[in-house]
Ligand binder design. Structure first.
Ligand code: NAD
Length: 352
C-alpha cells in the first residue's frame, strides 16, 4: 500500500483515477477546492470501490482547500507527518482547463496552473516526497506539423491554457536538473479524455455551464440543450470537422496507475508520455456514433470555427505503451455508451 496525494481528485479525471488506485490497494488523500467539482463525488467513488472490496473506501480522505494557499497545503503535508506517514507520491490533476476561459482570465490560469504546481513541488521537496505524476495536455503541441504527434514534436501552444501547461513542464524539467538523483516525474500529455465509469455511477460533473464535448452531447441527448453545436464544417478533413484522439477516461485512469507504479519501481528520472489511443475520429463521426450507440436523436448545428482550434491532433502513443506496460482498451462506442449512461442514470435522476 502506498500513501498518495491526489490534487484535483474530485474532478473528472482525478475521480476516475482514484477508483483504480484504491482498487490497487493505495491510501489516498484527495485535495480539491471544489471550484469545478462536487463533494458528492467522494460518495460515488466510495460506492463504486466498496462494491468490489467492502470498506476499502476507508482509505480515502478529502481535504478541501486551494492549492495556491501555501499554509493550507503545508497543513496537508504536516497532518500526514503527524500520523508518522509520508506521501510516497503525488498525482497532480488540479488545474483550470478551459482553453476559451484561459484567454479571458489569463492571470487566474497562470496562478492556479503554474503557481499551484510551484507550491506543490516546494512542499514535496521539503517533506521528502519525490515522485510526481503531472497532468499535462496535447494542447502544448499547438497546431502540429505532423500527425500522429510524438512526444519530441515541436512545443508551440497557441492558448494561455496550453502555455501554462508547457511552462509547468519547463519548470519541472528545470527542478529535475537540481534534484536529478531523487526526483521521479512523469509528465502525461492527455489527448481527449471522454466517457464515464462503466457502471454509470460516476462521470464528468462540472460546475456551471459545461465546456467539454461529452457533457454537451449529454445535454443535447437529454433535451437540456436544444441542439449540439459543431465548430466549423469547412476544415480540410473527410467530413469537414476537426479530428481528435478521444480516449476513454478509464483508460486514462489505468494509465496513471501504470505511470505511478513505473516511477515507484524505477530510478530517478523525468519522462514525458502521450496518453491517447493513436486513432483519429472526426467530431461528426463521434456525434453520429453517440447517436447510434445510444439510440438518441438531436439536431446538429454547424457554427463558425472557434478561435484557437486546430484541424487535427492524434497521439503517437507507442512510448507510453512501451514504458508503462499499458494499452488503451476501450472503443469510441464504449466512450459514447458509458458517457450517456452516466447522464441518463444519474444526472437526470438528480434533476427530477
Ligand atoms: N479533461 C480534459 O480534456 C483534459 C485534457 C488534457 C489535460 N487535462 C488536465 O487534466 C487535469 C484534470 O482535468 P479534469 O478534466 O479532471 O478537470 P476538472 O476540472 O474536472 O478537475 C480539476 C479539479 O481541480 C480542482 N481545482 C481547480 N483549481 C483548484 C485550486 N486552485 N485548488 C485546488 N483545486 C483546484 C477543481 O475543483 C477540479 O476538481 C487538469 O490539470 C487538466 O488541465 C484535462
Amino acid at each position: 500500500m502506498k500513501n498518495i496525494l491526489i490534487t484535483g481528485g474530485t474532478g473528472f479525471i482525478g475521480s476516475h483515477t482514484c477508483i483504480e488506485l484504491i482498487k490497487k490497494g493505495h491510501k489516498l488523500t484527495i485535495l480539491d477546492s471544489l471550484v469545478n467539482s462536487k463533494k458528492e463525488i467522494i460518495n460515488l467513488i466510495k460506492k463504486i470501490v466498496d462494491k468490489d472490496i467492502p470498506k476499502v473506501s476507508e482509505n480515502i480522505e478529502l481535504k478541501v482547500g486551494d492549492i495556491r494557499d501555501l499554509n493550507f497545503l503545508e497543513e496537508v503535508f504536516k497532518a500526514n507527518l503527524k500520523k508518522k506517514q509520508r506521501f510516497d507520491g503525488v498525482i497532480h490533476f488540479c488545474g483550470l482547463k478551459s482553453v476559451n476561459d484561459s484567454v479571458k482570465k489569463p492571470i487566474e490560469y497562470w496562478d492556479v496552473n503554474v503557481l499551484g504546481t510551484i507550491n506543490l513541488v516546494k512542499l514535496m521537496i521539503k517533506y521528502e516526497c519525490f515522485t510526481l505524476v503531472f497532468s499535462s495536455s496535447a494542447t502544448v503541441y499547438g497546431n502540429p506539423k505532423k500527425n500522429p504527434i510524438k512526444e519530441d514534436s515541436y512545443i508551440y501552444p497557441i492558448s494561455t491554457y496550453g502555455l501554462t501547461k508547457s511552462t509547468t513542464e519547463s519548470f519541472l524539467l528545470d527542478i529535475y536538473r537540481q534534484y536529478s538523483c531523487k526526483l521521479k516525474i512523469a509528465i502525461l500529455r492527455y489527448f481527449n479524455p471522454v466517457g464515464a465509469h462503466e457502471s454509470g455511477l460516476m462521470g464528468e460533473w462540472p460546475v456551471g455551464v459545461p465546456n467539454n464535448i461529452f457533457p454537451l452531447l449529454n445535454f443535447a441527448a437529454t433535451g437540456i440543450n436544444k441542439t449540439f453545436q459543431i465548430y466549423g464544417n469547412d476544415w480540410p478533413t473527410k467530413d469537414g470537422t476537426c479530428i481528435r484522439d478521444y480516449i476513454h477516461v478509464m483508460d486514462i485512469a489505468t494509465g496513471h496507475v501504470s505511470a505511478l507504479s513505473y516511477l515507484l519501481g524505477n530510478k530517478a528520472q523525468i519522462i514525458t508520455l502521450n496518453l491517447g489511443t493513436g486513432k483519429g475520429t472526426s467530431v461528426l463521426e463521434l456525434v453520429k456514433t453517440y447517436q447510434i450507440v445510444n439510440k438518441v436523436r438531436f439536431k446538429i448545428d454547424f457554427i463558425q470555427r472557434r478561435e484557437g482550434d486546430i484541424v487535427e491532433a492524434v497521439a503517437d502513443n507507442l512510448l507510453a505503451i512501451e514504458k508503462l506496460n499499458w494499452k488503451p482498451k476501450k472503443s469510441i462506442q464504449d466512450m459514447c455508451r458509458d458517457g450517456y449512461k452516466w447522464q441518463k442514470n444519474f444526472l437526470l435522476g438528480m434533476r427530477n
